[in-house]
Design a protein around this ligand. Structure first.
Ligand code: URA
Length: 182
């Protein structure tokens, strides 16, 4: 994909028909936040409320993410938030490999356009799609390849509130702009 600007990329995503998910979506969810953005957060896939509003992380997981960002001292308006795939899978099932592959150029273009200093991969789907690695317990809490931070997906923290402190402490690392290499 040639370099284009963010509004045009958003238009392409919203009109995308590269995989069958377009048949069932209400709205695609390209992502939102400042451009350029020093910090980028990447989730898995839009859920029901995201599909209805076209905005990322506005449902229950989004409210937990907001609370965690606040505790980490990060304003949501400072970060660009998106997901690996931009359309909701039916019944919120995991994205299929093929869906991730079809959607990959959109995330790649977003990274090229936004030039984030640090990219936070929330959950195994994002870690696998971007780094080709899984295993949050092993990967989390340190900067990888100079600009990636792996942490829990907010939905995992919703299911297990004991993860919240670690999630917040990972998000605090974003505040350093990724300069704290561990
Ligand atoms: N989960 C995600 O991964 N992305 C969203 O936008 C919402 C929930």
């Amino acid at each position: 994909m040639n370099q284009i600007d963010l509004p045009h990329l958003d238009q392409q995503i919203c009109a995308c028909r590269l995989c069958p998910l377009f048949l069932e979506r209400n709205l695609a969810v390209p992502g939102s936040g400042p451009a350029p953005a020093d910090i980028m957060l990447v989730g898995e896939a839009p859920g029901k409320e995201e599909d209805l509003t076209g905005k990322p992380f506005v449902g229950r997981a989004g409210r937990l993410l907001d609370a965690a960002l606040e505790r980490a001292g990060l304003e949501r308006s400072r970060v660009f938030i998106t997901s690996v795939i931009k359309c909701r899978p039916p019944q919120n099932r995991k994205p299929k490999k093929k869906e991730i592959e079809r959607c990959r150029p959109y995330l790649q273009s977003q990274i090229e356009i936004l030039h984030p200093k640090i990219i936070c991969l929330m959950g195994n789907t994002a870690a696998q799609a971007v780094l080709g690695r899984q295993g949050i317990a092993d990967l989390r809490g340190r900067i990888l390849e100079d600009r990636y931070l792996v942490t829990f997906h907010p939905a995992a923290v919703l299911r297990n509130r004991n993860l919240m402190d670690d999630f917040v402490s990972d998000l605090k690392m974003l505040n350093t702009g990724g300069l704290r290499l561990v």
